[in-house]
Design a protein around this ligand. Sequence first.
Ligand code: PLP
Length: 381
Amino acid sequence: MNDPSGPDRPPAARPRVRSDLDGLPLFRGRAAQSGMIRLDCNESPLAPPAAVQAALTGAVQGLNRYPDNAAADLTARLAERHGVPPAALSLGPGSVGLCAQLIQIACAAGDEVLIPWRSFEVYPSLAGTAGAVVRRVPLTAGHALDLPAMAAAITDRTRLVFVCSPNNPTGTSVSRADVERFLAAVPPDVLVVLDEAYAEFTGRQADPLDGFALVREQLRQGRTNVVALRTFSKAYGLAGLRIGYCLSAPPVAELLGRVAVPYAVGTLAQRAAAAALECEPEVRERCRHLVEERERVRAALLDSGWDVPVSGANFLWLPAGPAAEPLAAHCREQRILVKAFVGEGVRVTVGTAAENDAFLAAASRFARTEAAAPVRSAALG
Ligand SMILES: Cc1ncc(COP(=O)(O)O)c(C=O)c1O
């Protein structure tokens, strides 16, 4: 008998797969790394609240059963929490899962998804997966979304626009008035997704955007093309469980249900999220502390000559240009992981006070090296 993997094996026919996927970026995520300070993925530095951990332990017994596909208990709690009908809410495997579903319901092959850039790095691959064409609108010189330019970039083929605020990775926020002006310029048949993964960290800001309040108001006015996304991954510290939610008009929620992978939101995720909603004061306190730390770290970085835009998220953006990769490599040598965007900048998550101090020490040592020359000259110029 021929060895099936041997030299006599006839060339295997390749499955006929989509050739347009060849150019898609591969999201690698981060391998588990022990002994490192992990400031590269915008996670909470703290373990989930004790009550959430207890709820998870209690839920383990029931794992022989499929989850509640409608997540009725959690949906009812979220509906009450946000003052919306349950039929306007959709849950997904992380808000990134809902981003994919939103693209699926809006776009056929060749339709356009409009995104700010740089923004959440996964938008292009999600759009490409659906066969949609990505149109990128550059950020302003201040690293913020350029909403007038985005409105002007909408074409007859545009089906969906992502408005990411605070924006990942730059941390900048758009105001409510800016978004209202933008929405007035968007055709009512184009879906606008307000991605608010970091909404809980905004802190004090003039005229802050509250996407949930805005969608509620739009729905009252009979406008159904605006949706808002939130997640339990960041403020609630449940990134490892994968659960996010979307507020939309009920017919949009219905469509999201149609394209959802069955049982995508597991029992543990549902139970933990429900328990986390019961811990809101503790979650708010954690966010307040992280916002305080963010401001402390930003002030220290500004003091040492870095240019750091105001952030409304649990991370900061250092537009280090060509020094981005050397800075990230330098931090890695000190056992600190930060996220480098080649040639553009470094995003650093706000961690515990000790972790932040370690990063600040590494950044200030780096600022004295040759590799930091472009940053120093930008600061001077
Ligand atoms: C802007 C933005 N949206 C969505 C997500 C997805 O979050 P999750 O899928 O964990 O809810 C992230 C995660 O980093 C993000 O930065």
